[in-house]
Design a protein around this ligand. Structure first.
Ligand code: NDP
Length: 256
């Protein structure tokens, strides 16, 4: 396999039916990886699977609610079986947001966002550690957010989970380097997906986002999946513990 290929690699990408996760599944599969993905909706997984098979991609799927502990355990059991006890790539993509003022969050909303964004990613790292170690050159990529790098007015619980993921990235990079596992985090700004389409449909809001973004537009899922693929390739084997923002320059914009 070449330096710019994922041929022969195996990957678990969470939340692959829409948005960034879907782009990551397609990018990794197009580069030659065998990919397993999941979401909560069986029908949508089935539709995607038909499209992927038509393109010749090697993708398999599980229905799984990643906010639930025993469903995560079952998922990783299925992955271990499919890939023969080894895994090269884990992309922790699943995440959601509830946008409201901090004083208005309920205890249930706090637990839901924490479980979906942070606990699921943390626990999947624990569960897949033996598989990634067995690969001899494992790569974990978290889909974080610039909300975990700078303060953005889009929900404090979400921002806390993303900030924690960026720290987890650093700790695991150091703790698991000896196991041949690299860990990096990709931090997008606004990307057009089902998560943001409602917000971005508000043209006034979109204009305010764009006005803070030096490249003067929002991003596309394929502009995230390209970096994720690079972070899993032999060409990036000296990069670990990093959070890389993919944000059109937003997080470095002092006042332009
Ligand atoms: P979408 O909501 O468009 O897609 C999310 C995907 O994850 C879907 O496939 C969804 O399927 C799946 N999913 C959601 N919850 C669960 C769950 N509990 N268990 C299993 N699967 C689940 O989101 P995006 O693509 O926009 O976001 C992906 C990641 O990127 C998130 O971590 C998000 O925080 C991050 N991000 C996104 C940005 C953006 O502007 N879009 C900006 C910065 C970061 P289903 O609902 O059927 O389960």
């Amino acid at each position: 396999p070449g330096r710019w290929s994922l041929h022969g690699k195996t990957a678990l990408v969470t939340g692959g039916t829409r948005g960034i996760g879907r782009a990551v599944v397609e990018e990794l599969a197009a580069l030659g990886a065998a990919v397993h993905t999941c979401s909560r909706k069986e029908a949508e997984l089935g539709e995607r699977l038909k499209e992927w098979e038509a393109k010749g991609f090697r993708v398999t799927t599980s229905v799984c609610d990643l906010s639930v502990r025993d469903q995560r355990e079952r998922l990783v059991g299925e992955v271990a079986e499919r890939f023969g006890g080894k895994l090269d790539i884990l992309v922790n993509n699943v995440g959601t947001n509830i946008r409201k003022p901090t004083t208005e969050y309920s205890a249930e909303e706090y637990s839901f966002v924490m479980a979906t964004n942070l606990e699921s990613a943390y626990h999947l790292c624990q569960l897949t550690h033996p598989l990634l170690k067995a690969s001899g050159s494992g790569s974990i990529v978290f889909i974080s957010s610039v909300c975990g790098v700078v303060a953005v007015c889009s929900g404090t619980i979400y921002a806390m989970t993303k900030g924690a993921i960026n720290q987890l990235t650093k700790n695991l990079a150091c703790e698991w380097a000896k196991d041949g596992i690299r860990t990096n985090s990709v931090a997008p700004w606004y990307i057009t997906t089902s998560l943001t389409e409602g917000l971005l449909a508000n043209k006034e809001f979109e204009a305010s986002v764009v006005s803070r973004t030096p490249l003067r537009r929002v991003g596309e899922p394929g502009e995230i999946s390209s970096l994720v693929a690079f972070l899993c390739m032999p060409g990036s084997t000296y990069i670990t513990g990093q959070t890389i923002s993919v944000d059109g320059g937003m997080s470095v914009n002092g006042f332009y």
